[in-house]
Ligand binder design. Structure first.
Ligand SMILES: [Zn+2]
Length: 247
């Protein structure tokens, strides 16, 4: 058996037997790692603290025949505050789920890892409206999986539309569509498009700077959830989790 030290965030966990839990880690070094945490559900278990959702830590994992077992963990951040706020917990769960759908074993994806890390940090510890942060997460997530929305020109005829007064947004077409092109989209304001453009310019560590009015937030969130639904499928679990924020 070989031991590896992996820096990872718990993005999934499933209980089995009386005291065990299967963890899915999003690790910097290996991408997705599924591993057992034995006896972690006993109140005095050494692995109790590291086998919780969203915990970020340095995990020592033994691998035998491609199966991992957690031996120990140095918890770096528990993001405990997420467990005390149902909306923030739900957004964190959806963000973790989005990442789960995008990563593979033995395929590091540090850019996506850092996006999740910063999103969980701000969700847990900043005063920012969590839906503003969710919008920032979603647009950067879509960008990193190859579904960056087209925001400066028409997704159909490719014409620059930044000075057009009337515009539409179609997730199916890939983003903004001009008035002359056929589309099945909805009207979109220039303010919403500009807000999304600015979000894409932000570094992950600056996502806590996103501030939107209530009506702009509602519009942008609807566009991004529609785009995520187009990218991952309308039945995707993370997409479904977020639909309640559109009510
Ligand atoms: Zn066009």
């Amino acid at each position: 058996m070989a031991a590896e030290t992996l820096n990872g965030i718990v993005i999934g966990c499933t209980d089995y037997r009386d005291n065990d839990r299967m963890l899915t880690l999003f690790t910097v070094e290996r991408g997705r790692v599924d591993c057992k945490a034995r006896n972690c559900r006993k109140p005095t278990a050494p692995l109790l603290a590291c086998a919780q959702p969203f915990v970020y830590g340095e995990y020592t994992v033994f691998f035998a025949k491609d199966r991992g077992t957690v031996d120990s963990c140095d918890v770096r951040e528990s993001f405990y505050a997420l467990r005390e706020d149902p909306d923030r917990f739900l957004i964190a769960s959806a963000a973790a789920r989005f990442c789960l759908s995008a990563i593979e074993p033995d395929t590091p994806n540090e850019r996506l890892f850092m996006l999740l890390y910063h999103t969980l940090s701000f969700l847990a510890y900043s005063e920012q409206n969590p839906l503003d942060l969710l919008c920032g997460f979603l647009i950067h997530f879509l960008d990193r999986i190859g579904y960056r929305p087209v925001l400066t020109h028409c997704a159909v005829c490719r014409r620059d539309v930044r000075s057009d007064a009337v515009l539409f947004y179609s997730a199916e077409a890939g983003g903004t569509v001009c008035v002359a092109c056929p589309h099945g989209g909805r009207p979109v304001s220039r303010t919403a498009l500009e807000a999304m453009r600015r979000m894409l310019l932000l570094e992950d560590r600056d996502l806590n700077r996103i501030r939107m009015s209530e009506s702009l937030r509602k519009d942008v969130l609807a566009l991004l959830i529609e785009t995520a639904s187009q990218a991952l499928g309308a039945q995707d679990r993370a997409v479904k989790m977020l639909e309640q924020f559109l009510l």
